[in-house]
Design a protein around this ligand. Structure first.
Ligand SMILES: *[C@@H]1O[C@H](CO)[C@@H](O)[C@H](O)[C@H]1NC(C)=O
Length: 318
């Protein structure tokens, strides 16, 4: 439902780092004091071997415990924490009504003329509205359309993040970047569209689960949800190393993510709105223009959530 159970549950240890006040699921930050063994393991998949890990950022620290349950094919997770909630600057309902999903090039189709689902996954569900953005894998809400997110019972994988959900003859493409407490929650605005045919900003409705079907879709269908200039999935450099390094080379997340020096993905109010780079062969920590994990106040890249039952938006604080 509207809760953020999942997200908060996944938040790993709230450390002292992020100065986030009030919310229960405060964010945590970073980290990086790496256990050489872990670092090496993490680097293994991507590079032949890792040079001696060079822990650099003092302010950050990460535990050697793989916090993120990643996909089986994944290697060793390296870093931990993630944070809380929000919405990007655009809210328009980007409905994908009749847009035919791209035909998966690698997947043989079944019935003639019927593009097979990319990841093969599909099913019938009851979709419920989720009003506060969150991402258990640390995707920055300020650089994605928080109105098109999937909060699924399963943990986001390294591939197949794009889901097509259909109900009442309408469809929406949503990005699976958070795990719910068991329900198939989708952004309130996406739910509102399926439920009423309108964006919540125009005609906010309320209700519970509505019967729907879902299927894996080609990432091309979710491209518009990602707002970064280069289209890369924006991750928190300080909090999403496990997500990135845990996904094998060749996977969507590993190949098409970008690391940003923003501490709290759900609000983007701490850190710097800048891109970082990383080379596991050199270090298991991202290299950013400013110190990695900086927790200074950040403004200008708000995450805005449409209030449930209302058309107004509220800027996420943390
Ligand atoms: C990364 O994104 C590009 C551009 O959308 C796409 O062509 C490529 O297949 C993606 N890579 C993976 C591994 O999904």
């Amino acid at each position: 439902m509207l809760s953020k159970i999942a997200t908060s549950a996944l938040l790993i240890g709230a450390s002292a780092a992020a100065a986030a006040p009030a919310r229960v699921y405060t964010t945590v930050v970073a980290t990086v004091t790496v256990d050489p063994a872990v670092a090496a393991a993490a680097a293994a998949p991507t590079t032949s071997k890792v040079a001696p890990p060079a822990p650099v950022v003092p302010s950050v620290v990460f535990s050697s415990v793989p916090a993120v349950p990643v996909v089986s094919s994944v290697v060793a997770p390296v870093v931990p924490p993630v944070v809380p909630s929000v919405l990007p600057s655009k809210v328009s309902s980007k409905v994908s009504s009749a847009v035919p999903s791209a035909v998966p090039s690698a997947v043989p189709s079944g019935a003639p003329g019927t593009p097979a689902p990319v990841g093969g996954g599909s099913g019938s569900i009851s979709v419920t509205p989720h009003d506060v953005y969150g991402s258990s894998i640390g995707v920055l809400g300020c650089h994605v359309n928080v109105n098109r997110i999937a909060y699924w019972p399963t943990f986001p994988g390294c591939d197949n993040l794009c889901k097509k959900v259909t109900s009442n003859g309408r469809s929406v493409y949503i990005l699976h970047i958070d795990q719910s407490g068991g329900a198939h929650d989708i952004s309130y605005d996406a739910w509102n569209y399926l439920n009423s045919g309108s964006s919540a900003t125009e005609n906010p409705t309320m209700g519970g689960g509505i019967p729907a079907t879902w299927e894996d879709a080609d990432m091309d269908n979710c491209k518009d949800i990602i707002k970064t200039p280069d289209g890369k999935l924006p991750l928190s450099a300080a909090n999403s190393m496990n997500t990135w390094a845990g996904c094998p080379a060749g996977s969507y997340v590993h190949e098409n993510s970008s690391l940003w020096n923003v501490l709290n993905p759900n609000a983007c109010t701490f850190g710097y709105n800048e891109r970082c780079t990383i080379d596991l062969a050199v270090s298991n920590q991202a290299s950013c223009p400013h110190v990695l994990g900086a927790n200074n106040a950040l403004t200008g890249v708000p995450v805005e959530n449409i209030q449930y039952g209302k058309s107004s938006k509220v800027t996420a604080l943390q």
